[in-house]
Design a protein around this ligand. Structure first.
Ligand SMILES: Nc1ncnc2c1ncn2[C@@H]1O[C@H](COP(=O)(O)OP(=O)(O)O)[C@@H](O)[C@H]1O
Ligand SMILES: [Mg+2]
Length: 311
């Protein structure tokens, strides 16, 4: 069953947005891919699915307010309604009988969707949309939400668009011991438990870019001892979650490699990879840490960016 809301005020939220799985719909194939994945996720979570299209009602961005032609506004909104109807039909095909709400909004897409994320339980976006530069791997709205969203954000990549969603592949999570990777662990354990698949917890302990090129690495370093210590640390980190999710088969993996490279490698065989917004780096102005950025742009499987409490 589909309900429709229309609101012209970006800050206004309908009561149904509370705790929904929200998808940004812009008429692209990428967004439809996100809708199908989100429909199945909403079903797993027992949550309503909310499809939001944000119309940009001004034909030009201008610092001064000029009134857009009425015909233009009408056409943009009509197009938005059409995209929402198409998305809603795709959701119903993926999960017949799912409760779907569509919402036509106006404003700047990233702003409106960030506002939505304050009450959503999960936000799902396509990696690309209709606009933008074709050479970008991930569009600006998807990047903005990954960095500034207030709930976990899943970005769906085109590489998986036409394939059957792999339902038995493991969930992979990156663990660096920070508070934000704890948020990723919680999200990943829940995802693995809901799907009944193993969870691969990857921890890497060589944050050095080009160790292979070093000629001066001391030969006396006891790498085996370091490896064992890191394995112990990962095990300790996982205890609380193993207790909480006894049904999840956990595969801890300690790798001597850079985190971005190791995680990308494991993303290749995963149905979902989960990271925190940031790791232990201190450049907080970037919004999204470098490992999370690498995965967002280069992983082929869906990427979930988890975060701690809403700010
Ligand atoms: N106007 C919009 N309304 C709702 N969702 C949007 C809108 N624009 C983009 N999105 C969402 O963000 C995803 C990525 O699009 P975007 O970042 O705009 O990429 P591009 O630069 O290729 O257009 C889309 O697949 C869709 O899920
Ligand atoms: Mg776009």
């Amino acid at each position: 069953m589909t309900y429709t809301n229309e609101s012209e005020r970006p800050a206004e939220r309908s009561s149904q947005s509370e705790n929904s799985v929200v998808v940004g719909v812009d008429g692209s194939a990428s967004a439809l891919h996100a809708v199908r994945w989100a429909a199945r996720e909403a079903e797993r979570r027992g949550a309503p699915l909310r499809l939001v299209n944000v119309c940009h009602l001004m034909p030009v961005r201008h610092p001064r307010q000029i009134s857009p032609p009425a015909d233009y506004q009408t056409a943009v909104m009509e197009q938005g309604r059409h995209w929402l109807a198409e998305a809603s039909a795709a959701a119903q095909r993926a999960v017949p009988g799912l409760a779907v709400v569509t919402d036509l909004r106006s404003g700047i897409a990233a702003d409106v969707l960030v506002a939505e994320s304050r009450t959503a339980q999960l936000m799902v976006l396509g990696s690309r949309g209709l606009g933008g530069f074709t050479s970008l791997l991930v569009g600006s709205v998807a990047v903005a939400l990954s960095a500034h969203g207030q709930c976990p954000v899943v970005v769906m990549h085109a590489a998986t668009q036409d394939g059957v969603p792999p339902e038995d592949d493991p969930v992979v999570v990156g663990v660096d011991g920070s508070e934000l990777s704890d948020a990723a662990l919680t999200f990943a354990f829940e995802a693995a438990a809901a799907r009944g698949v193993p969870l691969v917890a990857v921890h890497t302990w060589l944050d050095v870019n080009a160790a292979g090129a070093w000629a001066v690495l001391p030969g006396t370093i006891d790498w085996t001892w370091l490896q064992q210590e890191e394995e112990k640390l990962l095990d300790e980190r996982l205890v609380a979650w193993r207790d909480k999710f006894p049904g999840v088969e956990v595969r801890p993996l300690v790798v001597r490699d850079r985190p971005d490279r190791a995680l990308l490698e494991h993303a290749a065989g995963a149905q979902l990879i989960v990271v925190g917004t940031r790791g232990r780096g201190t450049l907080t102005g970037m919004g999204l840490g470098s490992v999370s950025q690498t995965l967002l742009h280069h992983a082929e499987c869906p990427v979930a960016v988890a975060r701690t409490d809403r700010t």
